[in-house]
Design a protein around this ligand. Structure first.
Ligand code: ADP
Ligand SMILES: CSC[C@H]1O[C@H](OP(=O)(O)O)[C@H](O)[C@@H]1O
Length: 399
């Protein structure tokens, strides 16, 4: 018989007293459910001084933002905890620490990051963290390199691919990224005025073939243990600090998917800023986003190459020039997946604050139009954009 029950705040406090790793558990007295994501319950546990001490996160047996009509595997809590534990091993400075996990209850206890703020919230308000993009590139390079064939023994790699098989969560991505926005799906949501543009996506053969290729590589290319949903709402920032959370979509997939998702969210912000801030601040913010895109890629690629040079264990893959050749493919994937993130966040069901918070309806529609147009441009041009400077030029040209 399963022990699973959905936690109340009181259950979360009791659980934290037992498994929170707090010196004096009797000081833990209350909990607040603060989940604002699409899927799970998240409780902050407070002590008798009103200070939050640890976080307890529990998976629900369904998609929170939809309800019980969309059941979802509880095993996602295991996948999230194990992905974050694995990433923490390779990049502790930029990964939230998971201190306890329970499969039966689909619960994990983690480090409280109340001293940080969710990056998306800061980006929409125009608050700039100059080190965040470089730190994100570092997180991506360390976690993706150290879980790839460059370094893992082939037997270990295959065992890891099996441990992180994540079919139900991958199916959500497969549908929401690569199917829904390109079909007339009931989950899609976009301003009526954009119907002709959205309809044109469905009938664009070159686009549909490029998206099919990206989906095929998402199915087939087990290159590294991805975070699987590394958007700006899954990243906490503070002065000089960045921490990734929320890795329940973790599985072995194409490296460019993680890098592209990260860049895609910076570019959604780039497209939304004119509707969020006054003209001068919006222009400055857009320049910062472009330099963030450059910094993420450069930090990622430099560190990945450095690690490949120093630590590659496979004889064939260690041959001089191979890592550079591999990164050229990752670059093309990155641009393509970045484009699909822009489109799925504006045409599909999972909209984000960078667009939702734009008050003026006409302006919001224009910003969404720009994001869709940019997404399409990037998917179509992915194999032809030489380097990051050429990418920035394309973005400026497109919107
Ligand atoms: N370790 C943490 N410390 C403090 N707050 C957290 C922590 N983890 C999550 N949160 C808060 O809970 C919210 C939802 O968490 P998230 O992991 O994104 O849930 P979901 O899986 O439902 O998307 C975050 O946006 C953040 O505000
Ligand atoms: C039906 S899940 C939709 C969407 O929600 C996830 O995001 P988060 O867990 O950060 O709220 C993920 O991006 C999914 O694609």
């Amino acid at each position: 018989m399963s022990q699973y029950r959905t936690f109340t705040a009181a259950d979360a406090v009791e659980y934290a007293k037992q498994f929170g790793g707090v010196d004096d558990p009797s000081t833990l007295v209350s909990a607040e459910e603060i989940g604002d994501g699409n899927l799970n319950l998240v409780f902050k546990i407070y002590d008798n001084q009103g200070k939050s001490r640890v976080v307890v996160k529990q998976a629900l047996p369904y998609v929170r933002c939809v309800g019980e009509s969309w059941p979802l595997t509880l095993d996602r809590a295991r996948l999230e905890a194990q992905t974050l534990v694995e990433h923490y091993k390779h990049c502790p400075q930029h990964t939230v620490q998971i201190t306890h996990y329970d499969a039966e209850l689909a619960v994990m206890v983690m480090e409280d990051l109340s001293s940080h703020r969710i990056w998306r919230g800061e980006l929409v308000q125009g608050v700039y963290y100059p080190e965040a993009s470089r730190q994100l590139g570092e997180y991506l390079a360390q976690t993706l390199f150290h879980t790839s064939d460059f370094i893992l023994h082939p037997h270990q790699k295959k065992a890891e691919v099996a441990r992180f098989i994540n079919p139900e969560m991958c199916e959500i991505t497969e549908d929401l990224f690569f199917n829904d926005p390109y079909t007339d799906h009931e989950r899609n949501k976009y301003p009526e005025a954009l119907e002709p543009l959205v309809a044109s996506l469905r009938h664009d053969d070159a686009l549909r073939i490029a998206v099919a290729g990206l989906k095929h590589r998402f199915f087939a290319n087990a290159e590294a243990l991805l975070h699987g949903d590394i958007h700006s709402g899954s990243i906490f920032v503070a002065d000089g600090s960045l921490k990734a959370i929320d890795a329940e979509f973790g599985y072995f997939g194409p490296i460019g998917f993680d890098v592209g998702t990260a860049l895609g969210n910076l570019l959604i912000n780039y497209c939304g800023l004119p509707g969020l801030l006054a003209p001068r601040e919006a222009a400055d913010g857009r320049e910062q986003r472009l330099s963030d895109v450059r910094d993420v890629w450069i930090a990622f690629a430099h560190r990945f190459l450095e690690l490949a040079e120093a630590k590659t264990t496979d004889v064939a893959m260690a041959y001089p020039g191979y890592a550079q050749a591999f990164l050229r493919k990752v670059w093309a994937d990155t641009i393509g997946y970045c484009g699909t993130e822009l489109i799925r966040r504006t045409v599909g069901m999972s909209h984000v604050a960078d667009m939702k918070l734009i008050k003026d309806e006409a302006m919001r529609t224009e910003c969404i139009r720009n994001a869709i147009t940019l997404g399409r441009t990037l998917i179509l041009a992915a194999d032809h954009i030489e380097d990051v400077e050429a990418l920035l030029a394309r973005i400026r040209q497109a919107v």
